[in-house]
Design a protein around this ligand. Structure first.
Ligand SMILES: C[S@@+](CC[C@H](N)C(=O)[O-])C[C@H]1O[C@@H](n2cnc3c(N)ncnc32)[C@H](O)[C@@H]1O
Length: 454
């Protein structure tokens, strides 16, 4: 039997009501998060201490694929840093290639491993700049610090800490880089929120990571595949949308390497344990490798400058928005049930293509019920909610709705400012009161509000 990940696959909150508090307690999620991280830590601890070992970048048997070579470091770049750091590279890209990191700047490398990208960054920021390497695995930090000592690096500091709660001051970093790490986090949205927190306004990201789609469950749930940077990888669209929701702008993929079935096969063969576990399965079912989509991407983006005017676009949701909408609603503790039925009355707010807000309308004759109103946390206070609300009211009026209703205990003031008035629940039309939102999803303390559109 395969060694299973301790997680029951997902740490997302189940959909809940509108009355605050997640519908699954935070405690089991936190325990699972901790367990996964300790498995990852043990894995990389062993990897860095084992001669010629690899993680995301295994080097071994003849038919094996060396992913770190696919990562694309220039030979000269590798020659300019300690050989011991290059040998213990576990990355899947070169996050600093072609970046405009300037002398004097501060670079943070999340999951710095043996320090390869920190040493490359050190040369770019020079003696007046600073590089912080953050990693949670003591053996990695020990190796990185030894490499720094031996290489005489004085502007690089390695800190022990977790990507989900970084020991780094807010608004203190010009660049966040990372190489094949965030796929390993069981709480990626926390990592992205932390990135947004530590960046200075205008600060930038350059992140190399693995994204994956259509992974079979047996891969998703396998501890080795998780630690080897595959099992925890999420689809590219989700990755970009989570970064945007965290508050970053201009989020885009700068470079992508789609691994071919042959390369994926090579990765399996390159790792003795993976080969032992999956070698026979993939040899017998080569079609599995055709279905799986795995890629290494390099993602760029930036934190907006203070008071930067950001143009948000509000438009009807499309079918491919639904995963991101569901994520946003779940994080806002709002129900996702019944969204498909009103798919032609859902509007989304986008920032540079990334989804940062949503609102929907259920129709009951000539009455409409506003539902699923959520704005990503770091986008609140930037006028996104107002734009969504106004667009929805226009959409409702155009489609012949006379009065709109909502049930809330969080946006009472906002709704009042936009022409809604509180009414006793009994005055809400019977059809609206029969809605799932009224019957199940909103507790008694929620206030009913009405606005006429005629
Ligand atoms: C695949 S290795 C990449 C190391 C390095 N970036 C490189 O390119 O060689 C992943 C590294 O991330 C660290 N790591 C994984 N999850 C982490 C987390 N949640 N917080 C901090 N470090 C983490 C591991 O300890 C390991 O050193």
């Amino acid at each position: 039997m395969n060694e299973q990940l301790t997680t029951g696959k997902t740490l997302r909150l189940a959909s809940g009501g509108c009355c605050g508090g997640p519908s699954v307690s935070a405690e089991p999620a936190a325990t699972e998060e901790k367990k996964i991280k300790s498995q990852v830590q043990a894995y990389y601890s062993e990897r860095v201490q084992t001669p010629s070992s690899g993680g995301c970048c295994t080097k071994s048997s003849a038919r094996a694929v060396n992913i770190s070579e696919l990562a694309g470091y220039q030979r000269e770049t590798l020659a300019s840093i300690p050989a011991a750091a290059a040998e213990k590279s576990f990355g899947c890209g070169d996050p600093l290639a072609f970046t405009e990191v300037q002398p004097g700047q501060t670079v943070l490398d999340i999951g710095s491993g043996a320090g390869i990208d920190c040493f490359i960054a050190s040369q770019k920021v020079g003696p007046t700049g600073k590089v912080i390497g953050l990693d949670m695995t003591p053996a990695m930090l020990e190796t990185a610090r030894r490499n720094a000592r031996e290489g005489g690096y004085t502007n690089v500091e390695f800190r022990q800490g977790e990507a989900e709660s970084m020991p780094v001051e807010s608004s203190s970093v010009d660049w966040v880089i990372s190489n094949c790490v965030i796929n390993l986090s069981p709480a990626k949205e926390k990592v992205f929120a932390e990135i947004n927190r530590v960046l200075k306004p205008g600060g930038r990201i350059s992140i190399s990571d693995i994204v994956a789609d259509a992974l079979p469950d047996f891969v998703r749930q396998d501890k080795l595949a998780y630690c080897g940077c595959i099992g925890g990888a999420i689809p590219e669209a989700d990755y970009l949308s989570l970064l945007t929701q965290a508050g970053l702008v201009d989020v885009h993929v700068e470079a992508r390497l789609d691994y071919t079935p042959e390369q994926i096969r090579g990765m399996i063969l390159a790792d003795t344990q993976l080969q032992h576990r999956y070698g026979a399965i993939v040899e017998a079912n080569p079609q599995i490798l055709e279905q799986i989509k795995i890629a290494s991407i390099k993602v760029a983006g930036r934190k907006p400058a203070v008071d930067e005017k950001l143009k948000t676009r509000v438009e009807p949701a499309s079918a491919k928005d639904f995963p991101a909408i569901a994520q946003l609603l779940q994080r806002s503790n709002l129900p996702v049930d019944g969204l498909q039925e009103i798919s032609d009355s859902i509007l989304v707010a986008r920032q540079n293509g990334g989804l940062v807000g949503v609102i929907g309308l259920e129709r009951y004759g000539d009455a409409g019920l506003v539902r699923s109103f959520a704005v990503a946390e770091n986008w609140r206070g930037r006028g996104v909610g107002k734009e969504l609300g106004q667009a929805l009211l226009q959409h409702a009026a155009k489609s012949g709705i006379q009065k709109v209703y909502l049930l809330t205990n969080t946006i009472r003031d906002l709704a009042a400012k936009n022409g809604f008035r509180e009414i006793p629940r009994e005055e809400v039309p019977a059809g609206v009161r029969e809605s799932v939102e009224f019957r199940l999803n909103c507790c008694d303390s929620a206030v009913a509000m009405e606005r006429s559109l005629v």
